[in-house]
Design a protein around this ligand. Structure first.
Ligand code: ARG
Length: 266
């Protein structure tokens, strides 16, 4: 059973601009974001069999819905995020409180580094992949290697539209990778190729990468992803996955989609 943390979008909105997707003039519609978030939650539960844990939304913290950025949890240990932008730094204590109340061993990162949690650190079999340069710092990953005792391969993100690793890179349970290569520098593209043979690399076309097709949640053979990504769905179907599209346009206005709205707890 896969457990995921989510936070209801009661106070979600665009109140500042910290990535190229966010425009304060592009207002969100509260009833639509509520409906889309609830559909995502139900789809994850009913179609993908996930168990959903909730945390309380907080007024004045519109991005708290993006629980992928709470931190990283593995083997009972939680490393909370240290956000790059002051706009999101106030979220840190609410995520830390949640981890503490749930009984996780909370491990602080060196305060000299920024680290944005599961938005930038993704597990895949024995190797973990980590995004850096846009939000998380390269330097954070030495300490995370020590804490989690996993090989971590840092990948440089070069396109501001794909500012977290989970916006352009999605390891799948069957050993394949769904990704958008141009979001990475050349060296990172080579590293990725060295770890996934061609038959396992599912390359998402730009127009669907820009719909955040890679921001998908994979649980067993089920993949929950944003709507209007037909080619991506085709690639997944060919590999035997069941695809579950959910409309999440309101969250795309903030630069997020399905995966950003969840945090894997085990
Ligand atoms: N507006 C948020 C930010 O820019 C969106 C976070 C999306 N989260 C993610 N895991 N990609 O920080």
């Amino acid at each position: 059973m896969s457990r995921l943390l989510m936070c209801p979008p009661d106070y979600f909105g665009i109140e500042y601009e910290i990535n190229p997707w966010m425009r304060m003039s592009n207002e969100t519609e509260s009833h639509r974001s509520q409906e889309q978030w609830h559909n995502l939650k139900i789809t994850l539960k009913q179609k993908a069999g996930a168990k959903i844990e909730l945390m309380d939304p907080v007024k004045g913290l519109p991005d708290l819905v993006f629980t992928a950025n709470a931190g990283v949890i593995f083997n009972g240990k939680a490393v909370p995020s240290r956000f790059r932008h002051p706009e999101r730094q106030q979220e840190e204590r609410y995520f830390i409180d949640w981890f503490t109340n749930q009984g996780y061993e909370v491990i602080d990162l060196d305060s000299t580094y920024y680290f944005e949690g599961a938005g930038d650190l993704l597990a895949f079999e024995d190797v973990w992949f980590a995004g850096y340069r846009q939000r998380s710092d390269f330097g954070a990953y030495d300490r995370l290697t020590e804490v989690f005792r996993k090989e971590i391969l840092p990948l440089e993100l070069i396109d501001q539209r794909f500012y977290h690793l989970d916006t352009c890179f999605c390891p799948l349970s069957g050993g394949e990778l769904l990704y958008f290569p141009q979001a990475f520098d050349e060296y990172a593209q080579r590293v990725i190729k060295s770890r996934f043979d061609p038959s396992r690399r599912l390359v998402v076309p730009i127009q669907e990468a820009l719909r955040f097709a890679c921001n998908a949640v994979c649980i067993g053979r089920h993949v929950v992803l944003p709507t209007e990504c037909p080619e991506t769905m085709g690639l997944l179907l060919q590999k035997g996955y069941h695809t579950h599209p959910v409309e999440l346009d309101e969250f795309l206005k903030a630069g997020g989609s399905a995966k950003c709205l969840t945090l894997a707890l085990d």
